[in-house]
Design a protein around this ligand. Structure first.
Ligand code: G3H
Ligand code: ZN
Length: 276
């Protein structure tokens, strides 16, 4: 099947009151392992290329890998740019065949975020590509889970942003953080519910690694339709490699790492699809 847009899979999520997983991919084996999980669970999937992967390999190989995996897939696949850093980078991704781009202007002053996000939406929509924007910068694990941090989205900014920026998905900071949480995450569900009441597009939860199942269910019930997972995917792959130390069969080594990723991805998919 051909690649689909983020907008399309989020419509499915909205209809079924579920969330679609956005898994970061860093090599060829990880997306292969994720596709095995997505097909086994019969769930659409967002294969996400982030800044680390772009710094390591540019846009030379991974977009081709994703496109080919999608072509032979039995489930819808989105090729998505994570935390896009500039208008120029999103344009490069449009050229590389992405079907969804995130422009993350959350670290910029509000007016600049609005201006850049508007420009990205205009360019991406002109070629049928979806756009995710962000409000309320999602911090790293160091200062991520404190509610006194700067990553709580401002409701007035949400209201003003969606009035002028026609994005297809909106990532919001509600106490979530990238990396592994120190202790239980402290998510502001009231704020999430208030965002949704403002009539936002489908909401996105970043920092999905390590958020307990009950919190995931609650977030989905309040309008989260896409959940990003990166750290746990990388750790699963690395743990698979570490478990094979001493093995001299490269296929067995990669096979072990891929199995860990498939297992992790199946667990997350089931959680996000409310399958227990
Ligand atoms: O954009 C990527 C995600 O928000 C992943 O966060 O590494 O905490 O799973 P994570
Ligand atoms: Zn993120």
């Amino acid at each position: 099947m051909a690649l689909v847009t983020l907008k399309e899979v989020l419509e499915t999520a909205e209809r079924t009151n579920t969330a679609i997983p956005g898994f970061n991919i860093d090599n060829i084996e990880i997306p292969e392992a994720i596709m095995e999980a997505a097909e086994a669970e019969n769930c659409p999937v967002i294969l996400t290329i982030g800044q680390g992967a772009i710094q390591a390999g540019g846009l030379r190989h991974l977009p081709d890998v994703v496109r080919r995996l999608a072509e032979s897939s039995t489930v819808p696949v989105v090729m998505h740019l994570d935390h896009g850093v500039s208008y120029e980078q999103t344009i490069a991704c449009l050229r590389a065949g992405f079907t969804s781009v995130m422009y993350d202007g959350s670290h910029h002053p509000f007016a600049e975020n609005v201006r850049e996000s508007t420009a990205v939406v205009r360019a991406a929509h002109a070629v049928g590509v979806s756009v995710e924007c962000e409000l309320g910068a999602i911090s790293g694990v160091e200062d991520g889970i404190s509610h006194s941090g700067a990553n709580l989205v401002d409701l007035d900014e949400v209201r003003r942003f969606i009035e002028v920026v026609d994005c297809d998905a909106l990532a919001v900071g509600i106490g979530n953080a990238h990396g592994i949480y120190k202790g239980t995450p402290n998510l502001d569900f009231d704020r999430l519910a208030a965002c949704r009441r403002l009539g936002t597009p489908p909401l996105v939860l970043h920092g999905g690694s390590g958020i307990p199942a009950d919190m995931i269910q609650r977030a989905i019930s309040l309008g989260i339709r896409k959940i990003n997972v990166a750290t746990e995917v990388r750790l699963a792959f690395l743990e698979g490699l570490e478990a094979s130390v001493g093995c001299r069969d490269i296929y067995a080594v990669y096979g072990a790492a891929k199995s860990r990723v498939t297992e992790l991805a199946r667990t997350k998919i089931r959680m996000f699809q409310n399958k227990g």
